[in-house]
Design a protein around this ligand. Sequence first.
Ligand code: ADP
Ligand code: ZN
Ligand code: ZN
Length: 731
Amino acid sequence: MVRHQIMVIARVALDCPVNSLFDYRTTGTLPSVGQLVVVPFGSRRQVGLVLEIAEHSEIATARLRNVESILPVEALPVDMLALIRFSSEYYQCPIGQAAFVALPAALRRVRYAGPAPQWQYVLTNAGMAVAVDEFPARATVKRRLFEALRLSPALRRADLLAISASAITLMESWVRVGWVEKRAEIFPHGKVDFTTNAQHDLTDEQRTAVDSISAGFGSFSPWLLEGITGSGKTEIYFRLIEQAAGHGAQTLLMVPEINLTPQLEERFRGRFPDLRLVSLHSNLAEGERCTNWLAASSGLAQVVIGTRLSIFTPLPQLGLIIVDEEQDASFKQQDGLRYSARDLAIFCARQRQVPVVLGSATPSLETYHNARSRRFGHLHLSRRPAANRASIKLVDVRGMAKAQSLSDPVLQAIGACHARGEQSLIFLNRRGFAPVFVCGACGWNAGCSRCSARLVWHLGDALLRCHYCGHEERLPRACPCCGNQDLKGLGQGTQRLEQLLGERFPDARVLRIDRDSTRRKLAWHIMQDDIRQERVDILVGTQMLAKGHDFPKLTLVVVVNPDGALYSADFRAGERLFQQLMQVAGRAGRADLPGEVLVQTQFPEHPLYQALLRQDYRSFAEELLDERRRAVFPPFVYQALLRAESQSESTLMDFLAFAASHGALGRGAVTLYDPVPATIAKIAGHHRGHLLAQSASRAELQRFLSEWRPLLVERKAGRVRWSLDVDPIDL
Ligand code: ADP
Ligand code: ZN
Ligand code: ZN
């Protein structure tokens, strides 16, 4: 008689590009579905996620290897596993890779150390009584450290190290004299801040919004909350979160940018000092992210503020999801698992039966369309309760000399603003000194040898730099083609504007804010403080400045020549430009000072600018939607993009041609377009191209992709790297 040995097989997702689970034998304690286990994989060991438990395996028993150990953390709950599976299928990404996007790095280590204690330093009352001026002026580190302590409710090790390598020693000495307290806490206590956080009586519109949304607690209800900057959306979030927390429910609040989380975090803590709040974003140290993730997944944290990755946080008591600035491109991950956190938020809300609020001044057309067709509820805030709406004016620069970058009316407005003691912001979405570096004699211009892109002239270190691959070279003294020494930069970058404004307004303090000037950690933090403390008069910056930052003395915003987007090949360019302009406009006049926005343009009659003048996003959105319906673009059709790149152009085109030859799989319901080179056809020596698949039916497109992808995987494509991007947001 044959005796069957009962065997339990753990089917495990591993972080590798193969879209299947791996079978392991279990011994000793049985892992359960959702647990993290350490398993041998090839010659190494890896952490895997158990997704299924089975009694049989297709693999011969003798070849099966054993689960080595189980990580001492709670199993992921079923809803999180369902989210991982859904993301993997929908975004056509191997299951193991999808699973590991969801996990903080500390949980992917074979040697799991548990959450590290997170020391935080907080000023004591005795410390509070110390004045910065008691430090000698030379003691810059001490002063900066002290300022930092006063500014934020608690400083962590990473914050300290970013200020100075000696900061920790200094801090320990302050702990000894009793100025500073050292705590090992997950939830730092807020400093109650009544000045900016007073409890307001809600306006009627706000009240309607809060009541409508909260009436849906406990069931799936998606909402578009439409309202310009300053119209009181955050106030609504506060009320909803307060109510949710009152019922013991957790809220997930997603924001577009890491830089915005500390500001919002402080505002929250100021309003609700006892609220258990954690943040989750990729700038956190590994231990801290793990601690926060565990606080959220144990149900201890009542609020999670995070960037897109926070959608993958297990929240056992989830009661509400809020996506602020839902139109923001940063909610879409651009590699690996190319998910849209906004779309997954809606998936989660349905799965968990909770309301989801999408907040925006200028909703994405996808969301706007959903609201118009009543798939989403639509709430509107039409006024700014605490400030006037900024006025927007166009400055026609058709007659202006080419070399002049700021028009006379703009210069006058900046001067007047400065004379009133207020701040202005000059917005130009281009870093560096000049975007083009040319020879006046023969027309040569500096291009990157590895990319199909021009090199940008950067002042200071006198370099030409490629903004695509990072390549840098010394500024040539003479033209490499004709030897001419008269080389010059054309066009405007933020550095050039900074220089020009400095010359033009010698007594004004000009500050440039872009990725170059804020590279050092905390640099941006310190600059923001400088702006709030009015140590700056004129700000020059890129889109970094457009998002969310609130500076009370800022009353004038100038947008320099945003026209390029009007004639872009990308059908989303117009939508983006309007969104961005409204966002920058929102920076002007938030407090009791009226704001003004000047847009310098060559095309003042363009319908986009005309709608902007009226600050009428809706009519513009309606127009765009009509255009998209006629041209059959999203949201009236669904798209997926096959992106590929290779060092060999012919290998690339062969691969794309192979991919294109499978159009029949779509059974007529899916259209495959011809392969085309990407907008930047070469980056860092890699030729890039893509192929668009489109269908009026999401389900048909999904079915096509799931049959197409294996064929692409199987084809030994030579040296081609490729990926599928479902619902791409740029082509
Ligand atoms: P948003 O998030 O839409 O930009 P906020 O919620 O931050 O707007 O509100 C903008 C400003 O208006 C804040 O200073 C806030 O304190 C204030 N505010 C919000 N709601 C009210 C209200 N009902 N009455 C008075 N002031 C309000
Ligand atoms: Zn030349
Ligand atoms: Zn380059």
